[in-house]
Every structure is written in structure tokens, then in C-alpha cells.
Design a protein. Structure first.
Length: 318
């Protein structure tokens, strides 16, 4: 029973911190995210993939489900858990699920390919192939017009409407694990793995020399604006980047998450209020961070001080 509650708490954290928005905060404070977690049998199947996504307006929840033969993506009403539609069918479960900021598209990675779906009717809009290595990292621009797709140690910049490849950004040596457009859409931030690849589950075992852990590209020219290497003694696996490119959330091998600050020349590990942080999310204001702890506590804190702004929820009540 205890493991069951803890799994539901971690899923609640995943929904909110991987798809953080004002609507997501309102959803958790009013408790509207909980009925889906409590009533849906799909969370039991989703626990294996550890993937869920909440739409920007907080009304739709995307959950991967599996029957005897294949995987599909179930879109459900976040308040009532009513099934809206199932999307796609594949023998491979998704490795990544992301809603576009306008809520009209849904991007997934599965079976070594990226897929772009219409959230309105569930139809496949575009399919993209990886040129190098499958990745878990993609994101939309704030206007939902561009898609950044990590491809090995490079990033493909794609036009959402046409699916056309606009440019490829390079500079990393290790697999890229996180990408983020700047708020004004003029820069693309990317962060890559640093350390022993055997420490984390990742779809490659290629031995590469250490390189830049964080890069900021100018999108118009494709030139590198900033390039930083991670500390040598740190195994570095960033999964989220703040919208201003100043902070990175990095899960460790033990299931906890660390927070790094990006300065002009180095990455600095920040001291968190607790050493039991399991999830970190970055609100769009770039002035705060959401921190979830293993006991279910979720707080909103100011950056860079990490001073408490308010408690968002105590998930032990679910």
C-alpha cells in the first residue's frame, strides 16, 4: 500500500514538473489532477515508462497505455478521467511526450523515431528520423512554430507546420539530454551527458571524450554564443533547462535530482533545501523553481536564493 501511494505521488510530481505551467499549479492546488491518478487504471501501466504529460491549459492528460500487442497514447480529461481518444499504435512504448505551448500538437519519441500528432483529432502530422542516435530530448518554441529535436550530439531545428529541417546545431561530443528555446526564440540551449555512460540508462554505449556540457546557440546564425564544460568530478545528466538558460535540473543515479546554476564560464552545483529532492521544474517566469521532495512536499522557491515563496501541495493526501 505504501509503495502504491509513493508511486502515485511520484507520478503527480512528474505530471506537474515535466509540464509545468500556471494551469498545472492551479490544477494541483485545487486537487483537479488527483481524480485522474486515483481513478485511472492506466497509471499502473504508465509506471513502467515513467511518462505522462499535462496540456498547457491543464485540461488534457496524455498517458501511454499498453495492451497485449502494442502501445498507444491515451488522451484523457484531466478532471474527469474520461477518455477523449487514443493516439497511434506501436510495439514500442514512448520515451518522451511533450505538448506544444498552444496545445494543438503533441510530440513523442518511440521506436527510434519522433512523431508529431494533432491533439485535436489524434492524426499523425509528421514523422522524423534520427540521423545519428535516438534521443529523449525535444521541445517546442514558445510560439509552437519550431521543434528542437536532440539527435545524438546534435540538435535538429524543424518547422512544425511543414516538418522541414531548417538547420542542425552542433558543438557537443556526448549525447544531448535536454534542449530548450529561449523565451524570445532567438537562442537554443542544449545540455549533454558528462561522465561514465554506464552510470545511467541511455541508448548508447559509445565511448567519447568529454566536451561541452552546456551550449547556447544563436538560432539565426547557428553560431555558438556560450560553451561550458561540467566539473570533472561530477556525473552530469541534465534533463531540464530553465527558459533563461541559467539553471539545469539533473537527476542522479539514485533517483534524486540536483540543481546547477549556469554562469558565463562554469556550472555550479546549488545547495538545495533538502537532500531528498526527487523532481525539479522551471515555471515560465524564469524567476522561480518548483521542487518536489520524496515525502510528497511540493514548494515554489525564488531563484537564485531558493527562498520559499509558498507551499503548493502535500501529496500525502492523495
Amino acid at each position: 500500500m505504501k509503495d502504491d501511494r509513493m508511486m502515485k505521488r511520484s507520478i503527480l510530481c512528474m505530471i506537474l514538473l515535466s509540464s509545468w505551467s500556471d494551469a498545472a499549479e492551479k490544477s494541483i492546488r485545487l486537487g483537479t489532477a488527483r481524480p485522474t491518478l486515483l481513478k485511472s487504471a492506466d497509471w499502473v501501466r504508465a509506471r513502467n515508462s515513467h511518462l505522462l504529460a499535462l496540456s498547457p491549459e491543464g485540461q488534457m492528460l496524455a498517458v501511454p497505455v499498453k495492451d497485449e500487442k502494442s502501445w498507444s497514447l491515451s488522451l484523457r480529461d484531466a478532471k474527469t478521467n474520461k477518455l477523449i481518444r487514443n493516439i497511434g499504435s506501436s510495439r514500442y512504448g514512448p520515451d518522451c511526450i511533450v505538448f506544444s505551448p498552444d496545445g494543438k500538437r503533441l510530440a513523442t519519441i518511440s521506436g527510434g523515431r519522433a512523431h508529431l500528432w494533432n491533439a485535436g483529432d489524434g492524426k499523425l502530422h509528421k514523422r522524423f528520423k534520427f540521423k545519428h542516435e535516438p534521443s529523449y530530448a525535444l521541445c517546442f518554441s514558445s510560439e509552437s512554430q519550431l521543434l528542437a529535436l536532440a539527435d545524438g550530439a546534435t540538435v535538429q531545428i524543424l518547422e512544425v507546420r511543414s516538418g522541414k529541417l531548417l538547420k542542425t546545431l552542433s558543438g557537443h561530443r556526448q549525447p544531448i539530454t535536454a534542449v530548450r528555446f529561449s523565451r524570445d526564440g532567438k537562442q537554443l540551449y542544449s545540455a549533454s551527458y558528462q561522465g561514465d555512460l554506464s552510470d545511467h540508462a541511455y541508448p548508447t554505449t559509445v565511448d567519447r571524450p568529454q566536451g561541452a556540457a552546456f551550449i547556447s546557440h544563436d538560432l539565426a546564425s547557428g553560431k555558438i554564443i556560450q560553451k561550458i564544460t561540467a566539473p570533472i568530478d561530477v556525473t552530469f545528466c541534465p534533463r531540464q533547462i530553465s527558459v533563461d538558460g541559467r539553471y539545469l535540473a539533473c537527476p542522479d543515479a539514485g533517483g534524486l535530482t540536483e540543481l546547477f546554476q549556469v554562469s558565463k564560464k562554469k556550472l555550479t552545483k546549488m545547495k538545495l533545501p533538502t537532500n531528498k529532492t526527487c523532481c525539479i521544474g522551471f515555471p515560465p517566469d524564469a524567476k522561480s523553481v518548483v521542487i518536489a521532495v520524496t515525502d510528497g512536499t511540493i514548494t515554489l522557491r525564488a531563484l537564485p536564493s531558493l527562498k520559499l515563496i509558498r507551499n503548493l501541495d502535500k501529496a500525502r493526501n492523495i
